[in-house]
Design a protein around this ligand. Structure first.
Ligand code: PCD
Length: 793
């Protein structure tokens, strides 16, 4: 399973070339506190912006009086929705073909919605003045429960949309309903389970913010913002503002975690731009923690019914699901037009089925907009949770071991590329070895024995398994877009005369270590040490167009672009090398870092020699231009489909119902591994996310629509105290269509871990006859489950 090109190294000074455990190039900056985040941007004369937010979930705005705020010391500007409306700026498009209010004009539609903003000399003056804005609201009945949004007499939330008569965002289906029904009819065993994936929040360490600087003389807008997709944002601003792209520079500096939270365009960004245009000064807007939690993109909020059909001996035949998706007040997620429910279509999992069908209704509610892909390539997290939970329900029904049931139903290696019953083509996979490795690492058979002994003593120990296949790396432009923009990525590589290089990417790291791994990809291809390769990203003036970092797409798309652009440069270098060595191109052999004359290793030139020659005096071969650089735009032919086998062991205190994750084994297969150390870090982070969602996190609302998770006192996120020492392993099944065989991995652990943990808890509760309990499995929910009480709605 070891990739032949893989070399282990730890010492960066050895000038390693290519893939392996290289320490991160960006870390000296971060470790010394020299990162430069949006809030670190200080410009001469900069003003500060604060946003007034709605206290109500649903209310008509009767009047807004800003006079007292305008008179407050230090205040330069107060802007309301009505003022924006005069300029046609009160509404903006979202990244999924909806519109969202920048500042409310007619109604507020969720608690925390933007109503007005103040620009002042400093942050305190701006915030103080917010309190002086007098808004009169006429409170309306809110719709908080997605099920109630469907009722015929439910209040209409989006009366701003012409002709809208109900709260549906979309109705969508995938798979073959009739075929699925036929299989369900004749199946020996059918299991049905209602499953809720509660609303959670990505809660990145750095909240969202922006600094806008409009230069009226140049007519150019410079915007530092916490965005995961600087080019997509710029194009949207260009369309809305009617400015050409080259008059807008979006800079995404160091980002303190994104996790999907920084994909959407937020009203605050637009407010900062408007503030700068109106005051003629740079304007900074930074959210506080509560603002981030109550108003920016949440994730999940799916109410699912899963059904699985199988033979008595455990051959899974079909899966079907009915989903009610809560999108909040505006459809503010980013999703390809063709896939309104994202890539939920992979709910068929890693199993060879005869039929599958999904029906989904998405609704507006009076809650914050979002549905963002929080470490989830467009709703894959929900899909994987559904299938891995329902497969466990089936194992329970059949009295079969859940590992054995999975092993029996895997898509087999010779079936790849495998077309699922919902039309996705899995590029490659070899599931059984991954599963077996996880079972070996866990000591699965021994764990089951231990569990048996403990059960006999009344102790609650559970073992949970999840096996997932993800679809990451959006995506082929014939299938995928964001707001009509194709999802291909540009990449540019320039080798300087001395053989140092700069690679310019369209994607942007939020902590994943792209400055290291993209240097490694280029190094692998052209033999220049990673230390000599500068990675430039996150600035639209400096980088080629591309759709940004989310859905674990950087490696599958931009990583491929980086490899291919390097090959293009190497091809050119080979022409020059052949002239330097006076042999034909075909007589040259590439030995990482140099061209050698075949059969005469003494005659060779290094890539650095070639770089100097490419820029040097004297003639180059006919038809070869000077310089050593190239640019490409890579359009992937398919997504990449990483997979993984996770096993979780929990102990539950029977007296307090507290769940302790004792062990967690994660075996991931992301194809060719560029930097195993970074991959392990990604996995550790994602598993921690999973513990949070499975056991602690939920953005809840009361019936008036007050957000009950508005601070980190109420919205619990995991710390090192709640997580075990992760045990990681890997297998390598390269992607056949990716130039280096790599698949994405950034989100895998967040996707795969919640079902493993929940399956473990439910397994522990088996003596109580529990077959399912909804996340988050807090002590009170576990307690209820033990007492046979249903999970509260
Ligand atoms: N890798 C390697 N190898 C392979 C793969 C991969 O090495 N095979 C690595 C790379 O290079 C990078 C990483 O790893 O560095 C990752 O990758 P990917 O998978 O491609 O991904 P990206 O695109 O880069 O990223 C993204 C992701 C996501 S999506 C998320 S959520 C998260 C993750 O990422 N986020 C974050 N992780 C992380 N980390 C950090 N630190 N921070 C953050 O923020 Mo979404 O859709 O947005 O929701």
């Amino acid at each position: 399973v070891q990739d032949p090109r893989f070399t282990e190294f730890h010492d960066n000074d050895q000038k390693p070339v290519g893939f392996g455990r290289m320490l991160r190039k960006e870390d000296p900056r971060f470790l010394r506190g020299r990162g430069r985040y949006t809030d670190d941007v200080q410009l001469p004369g900069m003003l500060h912006l604060a946003i007034l937010r709605s206290p109500f979930a649903h209310a008509r705005i009767v009047s807004v009086d800003t006079s007292a705020a305008e008179a407050s010391p230090g205040v330069k500007l107060v802007v309301t929705g009505a003022m924006l409306a005069e300029k046609g700026l009160a509404w903006m498009p979202t990244l999924s073909n909806d519109v969202q209010a920048v500042l409310a004009t007619d109604k507020v539609r969720f608690q925390g919605q933007e109503v007005a903003f103040v620009v002042a000399d400093d942050r305190y003056a701006a915030r103080d003045a917010l309190e002086l804005i007098d808004v009169e609201y006429e409170v309306l009945e809110p719709v908080i429960d997605a099920r109630k949004a469907l009722e015929p007499d439910a209040p209409l939330i989006r009366d701003d949309l012409e002709g809208k008569e109900n709260n549906h965002v979309f109705d969508w289906e995938t798979g073959d309903e009739a075929a699925a029904e036929a299989v369900f009819q004749r199946a020996d065993v059918v299991v049905q389970q209602d499953i809720v994936y509660p609303r959670v929040h990505p809660a990145p360490m750095e909240t969202c913010g922006a600094v806008a600087d409009f230069d009226a003389v140049e007519g150019k807008l410079k915007l530092w913002s916490t965005t995961q997709a600087p080019h997509a944002h710029r194009t949207l601003y260009a369309i809305v503002a009617g400015l050409p792209e080259h008059k807008i520079q979006v800079i995404s500096p160091d980002i303190g975690g994104g996790f999907g939270n920084k994909v959407p365009i937020y009203p605050g960004y637009v407010c900062a731009i408007v503030g700068s245009i109106l005051t003629g000064k740079p304007v900074k807007w930074m959210e506080d923690r509560s603002e981030n939690l109550i108003s920016t993109g949440f994730a999940r909020d799916y109410i699912m019914r899963g059904e699985i059909a199988a033979t008595r001996d455990g051959k899974i035949l079909a899966i079907r699901t009915n989903v009610l998706a809560d999108h909040g007040a505006f459809n503010g997620t980013a999703a390809p037009v063709k896939y309104p429910a994202g890539f939920f279509g992979v709910f068929t999992g890693s199993y060879d089925l005869q039929a599958a069908y999904c029906k989904m209704t998405a609704v507006y509610t009076n809650k914050a907009p979002g549905g963002v892909a929080y470490a989830c390539s467009f709703r894959i997290t929900e899909a994987v949770y559904l299938v891995e939970r329902i497969v466990d329900c089936l194992a329970d029904e059949l009295g079969m071991d859940p590992a054995e049931l999975r092993l029996k139903n895997f898509i087999q290696p010779d079936q790849f590329p495998y077309e699922t019953k919902t039309g996705w083509v899995y590029d490659s996979g070899n599931y059984e070895p991954t599963m077996r490795l996880a079972m070996d690492m866990a000591g699965y058979a021994d764990l089951r024995k231990e569990q048996e002994l403990k059960r006999a003593r009344g102790e609650l120990m559970g073992i949970g398994i999840a096996f997932f296949t993800e679809a990451v790396g959006a995506g082929p432009r014939k299938h995928m877009d964001i707001l009509g923009l194709g999802m291909a990525d540009g990449c540019e590589l320039r080798v300087h005369p001395t053989g140092k290089a700069v690679v310019r990417l369209s994607v942007q790291s939020q902590g994943q270590g792209h400055e290291t791994t993209f240097a490694q990809i280029v190094a692998e291809e052209i033999g220049i040490p990673p230390a000599d390769i500068e990675v430039v990203h996150g600035d639209t003036d400096q980088t080629p167009f591309g759709l940004g970092t989310y859905g674990s797409r950087s490696t599958p798309v931009s990583g491929a672009a980086a490899a291919l652009v390097a090959r293009k440069v190497r091809d050119k270098a080979q022409l020059i090398a052949s002239a330097m060595l006076e042999v034909s191109v075909a007589d040259l052999e590439w030995v990482k870092g140099s061209f050698q004359v075949k059969g005469d290793p003494g005659k060779s030139v290094t890539i650095q020699d070639v770089a100097f020659r490419a820029h040097g005096a004297g003639d180059l071969p006919d038809g070869v231009e000077g310089g050593l650089e190239a640019q490409i735009c890579y359009n992937p032919s398919n997504l990449t489909y990483p997979h993984g086998a996770y096993i979780c062991v929990v102990d539950i205190d029977p007296g307090t119902a507290q769940v302790k994750v004792r062990r967690f084994i994660a075996v991931d297969d992301c194809g060719t591994r560029i930097n195993p150390m970074i991959i392990e870090g990604q996995i550790h982070g994602g598993l921690t996310d999973g513990v949070g969602m499975a056991l602690m996190e939920m953005i809840a609302f009361d019936e008036d629509g007050n957000c009950l998770g508005a601070s980190l006192m109420d919205y619990l996120i995991p710390t090192s105290l709640e997580v075990p020492d992760w045990e990681t392993g890997f297998t390598v099944t390269p992607s056949p269509h990716h130039p280096i065989g790599a698949k994405g991995v950034g989100e895998s652990a967040t996707v795969g871990s919640p079902p493993a943990i929940v399956n473990a808890v439910v397994d522990a509760l088996k003596p109580f006859g529990v077959r399912h309990a909804d996340m988050p499995l807090t002590p009170s929910r576990v307690w209820d489950a033990m007492r046979g009480r249903a999970t509260p709605p």
